[in-house]
Design a protein around this ligand. Structure first.
Ligand code: 5GP
Length: 206
C-alpha cells in the first residue's frame, strides 16, 4: 500500500485556516486533521482531544524530551506540537494527514519530509486581516496590533511554501486546496508501487 501524504496549511492568525481545514477533512475522503498538543489554556467552546490536547508545560516538555513530537514550536508564549506516533501510524496506513501548524512547524516538516506539501493561505490584504480579527472579537486591540506584526514576518516565510491560496472566498479557497491535494495524490512518487505493478504486467521484454 502507498504511504499517505503530509499536507501542511499555514497562515497568519485571522486568515481563516481553521475553517478551511475543517471543511477539507469533511469534504475529502482519506484525509484527516492531526490534533496538536498545546500548553495554552482552553478557550471557550474548545474541547480537549478535539481542538487540541491541552497539557501542562511539564507534560509537554517531557513529551518533547522523549522525541514524541514530529515538530513543535513556541507561539505567543505557548508551546504547540504534532504527535509523531499518530502521524506516522496514519501515513503508514495510506491516510493523508493535514497539519494546521505555524510557519516554524512547516519548515521543520519540510526538512524531515521533503515530499510534504506546504500550502500557504494568504489574506487578501492587511485591512481585510484587521477587519477579520476585529470581527472575530477574540482579541483586544493591542493583541490585534501584535498579530498584524507577527503576520508580516509569517507572510515572508510563507513565500518559501510550495503553493499559495489567497483566501478571498471560502468555497473557492477550498476548491483550490482540494485540487492541490488531489494533484499530490496523483504524483508518480506517491503511487510508484501501484504503477510498477501495471508496468510489470507487460513483462520483461522491451
Ligand atoms: P491558536 O492558539 O490560535 O489555536 O494557534 C496559534 C498558532 O499555533 C496557529 O498558527 C496554529 O496553526 C499553530 N499551531 C497549532 N498547532 C500547532 C502545532 O502542533 N505545531 C505548530 N508548529 N504550530 C501549531
Amino acid at each position: 500500500m502507498s504511504r499517505g501524504n503530509l499536507i501542511v496549511i499555514s497562515a497568519p492568525s485571522g486568515t481563516g485556516k481553521t475553517t478551511v481545514c475543517r471543511e477539507l477533512v469533511k469534504r475529502m475522503e482519506g484525509l484527516v486533521l492531526s490534533t496538536s498538543y498545546t500548553t495554552r489554556p482552553k478557550k471557550e467552546g474548545e474541547r480537549d482531544g478535539i481542538d487540541y490536547f491541552f497539557v501542562s508545560p511539564e507534560r509537554f516538555d517531557e513529551m518533547a524530551s522523549k522525541g514524541e513530537f514530529l515538530e513543535w514550536a513556541e507561539i505567543y508564549g505557548w508551546k504547540y506540537g504534532t504527535s509523531r506516533k499518530v502521524v506516522e501510524e496514519k501515513i503508514s496506513r495510506g491516510v493523508d494527514v493535514l497539519l494546521e501548524i505555524d510557519v516554524q512547524g512547516g519548515r521543520i516538516v519540510k526538512e524531515k519530509f521533503p515530499d510534504a506539501v506546504l500550502i500557504a493561505l494568504f489574506p487578501p490584504g492587511r485591512e481585510t486581516l484587521i477587519q477579520r480579527l476585529l470581527k472575530r472579537g477574540r482579541d483586544r486591540s493591542d493583541e490585534i496590533e501584535k498579530r498584524v506584526a507577527v503576520a508580516r514576518r509569517e507572510l515572508e516565510v510563507l513565500l518559501e511554501y510550495d503553493y499559495y491560496i489567497i483566501n478571498e472566498n471560502l468555497d473557492e479557497t477550498i476548491s483550490k486546496a482540494i485540487l492541490i491535494i488531489e494533484a499530490q495524490r496523483q504524483r508518480v512518487a506517491c503511487r510508484r508501487e501501484e504503477l510498477e505493478k501495471i508496468v510489470s504486467q507487460f513483462g520483461g521484454d522491451k
